[in-house]
Write a new protein. Sequence first.
Length: 277
Amino acid sequence: MADLETLKARKGAVRRSEIPSNVLTALNRGEIETVNLVEFLAVDHAKLFRSTRSQLSLDDKSAKLIAATIKKLADVGVMQRLADTGQVFHQVLDGSEDREAVYQQLAAHPSDVLRNWAAYMDAANAKLTFAQRLKRAKPFAIDDNMGVREIAWMCVRVPAADKIVSQIEKLHPFAKHKNYLMRRFAIELSRPCGVWTKHITALKERPEIAQPLLEFCREDETKYVQDSVANWLNDASKTRPDFVETLCDRWLSETNSKHTQRIAHRALRTLRKKADA
């Protein structure tokens, strides 16, 4: 146990070749979580499933189907691999009395990869309403692991991008939440362009739809949230510069908050570059 605690306190390797063998072994056994992208990309998902299969309430038939799919996904990109793994867990367990037990075992696992599989199980479940997706995403949105937090909003956005527009008010409590990770989740989920995901055309054309979310966070004291708000507005500035300029001007006229000033400065960075070109 002491050895595992020492590994948990490590700094991640800069290159895959520099990952210590005992760290890689522990990652593939599901004993520890990854601490950076280099480690995340180095995890062998097939080995990880074999090592953790006994910790999951899976019958032999289900386990074999999931293992076969994970093996086939070895050569695809990691994001597609995660999505397809979550989908096969959902498909194999859909209607099974063990589904929720397996989901909870994945969601609470020490390995961030298994927690990501759980999040993608929800992404694959077409029966979930938008409100249910938000509720089930909460544990992932406040996860200690940055990678899991990114997966949290993607697993809501990908299957329900249209609901982000039509039911934007359901994100208001998140944007006002006392936990800054919840606030950041609401902003990232609704970004017009986003990262590693499809753009939301309606928000690119009419960013006013999400303006209340931005207003709630315009003086946020947390840099993590400030950056998210600024990136949201920077996205919008590429299609609606008038909206971003007007909003930032009004904010700066209404408050002397250094947090708002930082957000506005970062939000206008693309427009400044265009003006200087």
